[in-house]
Design a binder for this molecule. Structure first.
Ligand SMILES: Nc1ncnc2c1ncn2[C@@H]1O[C@H](COP(=O)(O)OP(=O)(O)OP(=O)(O)O)[C@@H](O)[C@H]1O
Ligand SMILES: [Mg+2]
Length: 342
């Protein structure tokens, strides 16, 4: 935005740029005071006075009001305008719109603060890990004492044992959360070797057998003939598939249908191994699509989900040079696609 004023600060010209940025036409502003459009008219007037006395120019960041009401931030330079006798006859203003730059600056500050919070969280988790391990150990020890104790009524013994089992379960849950979070922030380098990815999937399915026992969920491994070789980190992939399969099992259970199916397919596409994990569960509603990979996003009850599964999966797969995406139809099911270098 470029404008000029007379000695009294009344506009004598106002370029097209100003019209674009502030929304006024020359006809609307001709003869008015430029400071009337500043968010802080007094501050602008001070700058104008400074410019009159200045050798070359006065410069400051100021905001103006757009005709529609919102603020526009400018870097303003005011240059005194003189005639041939050297008398000041007005001012020329050259203003650069820095609204976007200021927003970027704010975003950077926020990102910086977030990563600081992440670092602090990692430290806290680390600190909590040790006391939780101690509680876990002592719980086991008290259990032994209760079992061996004389003079306890059978009811008391039973109640104590149940309570201790609870404490044990809950501390285990804390340890799972802390170790998962630590895995997320710590940068363990992948240990890669060549293997058939089908072996990993079969192993993962066998881990989940106990969970499958109580439900009518069928897992179908539907791979093309022959091995599907990748050079990757098997332990990390196991963690990913356990997370994805248990999410699928939960989604099927949540739907409450008689039975459900998880279909696993694998193939090589453009030098990448592509694994599809499709379930017939609840599906992911449109409004959650952007959120499911976020830390701590969960729709499960507080004692069931922590919302760490998917962000950790994505983190791992990206570390392995691949990516993870999904497609979902609410009410029909979801299909997660994992791609890693073949
Ligand atoms: N296959 C799926 N079908 C439907 N919804 C899913 C599926 N997978 C994930 N989601 C949704 O995404 C959310 C986040 O999943 P994520 O694995 O990150 O956390 P979680 O399963 O809730 O908890 P955690 O894995 O930490 O125990 C879930 O709570 C669920 O709402
Ligand atoms: Mg999960």
């Amino acid at each position: 935005m470029i404008f000029s004023t007379d000695v009294d600060g009344l506009l004598t010209s106002f370029g097209e740029g100003g019209g674009k940025i502030l929304g006024y036409t020359w006809e609307e502003v001709a003869g008015t005071s430029i400071q009337d459009y500043a968010s802080d008219p007094q501050g602008f007037e001070d700058l104008l006075s400074a410019a009159k006395g200045a050798e070359r120019h006065a410069r400051e960041e100021m905001s103006f009001r757009h005709k529609q009401g919102h603020s526009v931030h400018f870097s303003v330079i005011l240059v005194p305008l003189t005639n041939t006798k050297g008398e000041t006859i007005g001012t020329v203003g050259i203003c650069r719109d820095i609204t976007d730059a200021m927003k970027l600056q704010k975003d950077l500050v926020r990102i910086d603060r977030l990563s600081e919070v992440g670092r602090i969280a990692a430290d806290i988790v680390h600190e909590i890990n040790n006391p939780v391990a101690v509680i876990n150990e002592i719980t086991g020890w008290i259990k032994t004492i209760v079992t061996d104790a004389q003079g306890l009524s059978p009811e008391d013994r039973e109640e104590l044992e149940i309570a201790l089992t609870r404490v044990g379960e809950q501390t285990q849950r804390c340890r799972d959360i802390t170790s998962q979070l630590l895995g997320f922030v710590r940068k363990r380098a992948p240990h890669t070797k060549a293997f058939d990815i089908r072996d990993i999937l079969e192993k993962t399915i066998s881990f989940l057998k106990p969970e499958l026992k109580h439900s009518n969920v069928e897992i179908v491994l539907d791979f093309a003939d022959g091995p599907l070789m990748v050079e990757s980190d098997g332990r990390m992939l196991e963690q990913v598939f356990v997370n994805l399969l248990s999410n699928a099992i939960h989604a099927i259970r949540d739907k409450g249908a008689e039975e459900g199916r998880i279909h696993l397919t694998g193939s090589i596409v453009d030098a990448e191994a592509e694994i599809l994990i499709s379930d017939t569960g609840t599906g992911i509603p449109e409004e959650d699509r952007e959120k499911v990979f976020g830390l701590f996003f969960t729709t499960k009850p507080a004692d069931k989900g922590t919302g760490l599964g998917l962000p950790i999966c994505r983190n791992i797969i990206r570390k392995l040079g691949g990516d993870i995406t999904f497609e979902s139809r609410p009410g029909e099911g979801t299909s997660f696609k994992v791609r890693i270098p073949a």
